[in-house]
Design a protein around this ligand. Structure first.
Ligand code: FMN
Length: 330
C-alpha cells in the first residue's frame, strides 16, 4: 500500500513535505496553487510550487474554475524541473474539487465542482491537453449525505483522460469533520477503472486497514501527519530513526531555514520575511501540533503562544522535557 501526504493549505510547503518524506510518505502534495493568481502573475504563488532537494515524488495541486487559467497553470507546473536532477519537478498535476472554504467555492472552484461534473470534465481536459504528467482529481463523495455525485465525477475524470482520483470520503456539508463513509468509497472503487486514493480520518493502523479494505490503491493522510509525521513509518512498518514530535519539529525547522535561504536567493525581488518573521509565521501552528498530547502540553502551549523569534523556537525545542524518552523509542 502507498501512503501519501494530503494537500493542506498553509502547511504542506516544501519543508514540511520533506519532513514527511523522511518520515516515510511515499508521495506528497503541494498546498493548493491558485490558477488565477499564477495566470495574473502573482509572484509569491510561485513559491508554493518550489520543491527542495530530496523531497521524493511531489504532486502539484491547482485550483480554479476557468479553463484558460487552469491550462496555463498546468503548463507552467509541467515545465518546472526538479532540484534533484534532469526530471520534471512534479510527478502529477492534481485538480482540487473539494475545498469547502467560502473564498474558493465563491469563485466556482473547489467544492463547488462537486455538483458540476461537466465543468470538472472541461477543466481536467484543459489540464490533460497541457501536460504530459499524469492528471488526477481530488474530490469528495458529494455535496451532502445521500447525494453521491462522486460516481459522475469519476466518469467525467475518466472521459477527460485523468489517470486517478483522490477521494475524501466525506461530503462537502461535513467540511473536515464527522464520520467518513467507506461504503460509498468501496462502491466507487468497484465502479471506476481509475485507481483511487482514499482519504479522510486516518489516525492509526486500524483506520488505514479499514480504508485499504475498500480496495483503494493508496491511503492519503492529512491532519494526523501534522501532529505526528511518524504515522507514515508506523503504517509501513519501517524505522526512520525519529519518533517524537519535538524531534520532528527540530528536523522541520532545519528544512524551513534551508528553504527560506533558497527563496531569498531565487526570488531576490519578492518579499521573503527575515528569519525571525519567517520561522515565527511558518513554525508557530506546526509547533502546537507537534507538542499536542505531550505531558505538560498546557504549560507548553502558553509558552508557544509567546514565541516570536528563531532563538525562542530553538530555546523551546532544546527544553530537556522534550528530549526523546526511552518509551518514545519503542
Ligand atoms: C488546514 C487544512 C487545509 C487543507 N487544505 C487543502 C488543500 O489545499 N487542498 C485540498 O485538496 N484539501 C485540503 N484540505 C483537505 C485535506 O487534504 C484532507 O482531504 C482532509 O483534511 C481529510 O483528511 P484527514 O482526515 O486525514 O485530515 C485541507 C484540510 C485542512 C484541515
Amino acid at each position: 500500500m502507498k501512503y501519501v501526504l494530503a494537500p493542506l493549505a498553509e502547511f504542506t510547503d516544501a519543508p514540511f513535505r520533506l519532513t514527511c518524506h523522511e518520515a516515510g510518505a511515499d508521495q506528497t502534495y503541494t498546498e493548493m496553487v491558485s490558477a488565477a493568481a499564477l495566470f495574473y502573475g502573482h509572484g509569491p504563488t510561485r513559491h508554493l510550487m518550489e520543491t527542495m532537494p530530496g523531497e521524493g515524488p511531489v504532486a502539484c495541486q491547482i485550483f480554479g474554475a476557468n479553463e484558460e487559467e487552469i491550462a496555463f497553470t498546468a503548463a507552467e507546473a509541467s515545465k518546472l524541473m526538479s532540484p534533484d536532477g534532469d526530471k520534471p519537478r512534479f510527478c502529477e498535476i492534481n485538480l482540487n474539487a473539494g475545498c469547502p472554504m467560502p473564498r474558493i467555492v465563491r469563485c466556482g472552484a473547489g467544492a463547488s465542482l462537486v455538483t458540476d461534473p461537466e465543468r470538472v470534465y472541461r477543466l481536467l481536459k484543459a489540464i490533460v491537453a497541457n501536460t504530459t504528467l499524469p492528471v488526477t482529481l481530488k474530490t469528495r463523495l458529494g455535496p451532502r449525505l445521500g447525494e453521491n455525485t462522486v460516481f459522475e465525477l469519476a466518469d467525467a475524470a475518466e472521459r477527460a483522460g485523468a489517470s486517478g482520483l483522490c477521494v475524501h470520503a466525506r461530503y462537502t456539508s461535513q467540511m473536515h469533520g464527522g464520520p467518513v463513509n467507506l461504503d460509498v468509497l468501496a462502491e466507487l472503487v468497484s465502479r471506476t477503472r481509475l485507481p483511487v486514493t482514499g482519504n479522510g480520518g486516518v489516525k492509526c493502523a486500524e483506520d488505514a486497514r479499514n480504508m485499504a479494505a475498500t480496495g483503494v490503491s493508496a491511503v492519503m493522510i492529512g491532519r494526523t501527519a501534522l501532529r505526528d509525521p511518524s504515522i507514515f513509518a508506523r503504517l509501513k512498518g519501517i524505522n526512520v530513526g525519529i519518533f517524537s514530535g519535538p524531534e520532528w519539529a527540530r528536523r522541520h525547522l532545519d528544512h524551513l531555514l534551508d528553504f527560506r535561504r533558497m527563496l531569498v536567493s531565487k526570488y531576490p525581488v519578492d518579499h521573503v520575511p527575515c528569519e525571525d518573521g519567517y520561522v515565527g509565521i511558518k513554525m508557530h501552528t506546526h509547533l502546537f501540533r507537534y507538542f499536542s498530547g505531550m505531558p505538560g502540553a498546557a504549560a507548553l502551549r502558553a509558552r508557544l503562544n509567546s514565541i516570536r523569534t528563531l532563538a525562542e523556537v530553538r530555546e523551546v525545542l532544546a527544553m530537556p522535557a522534550l528530549a526523546p524518552k526511552n518509551s518514545d523509542l519503542i
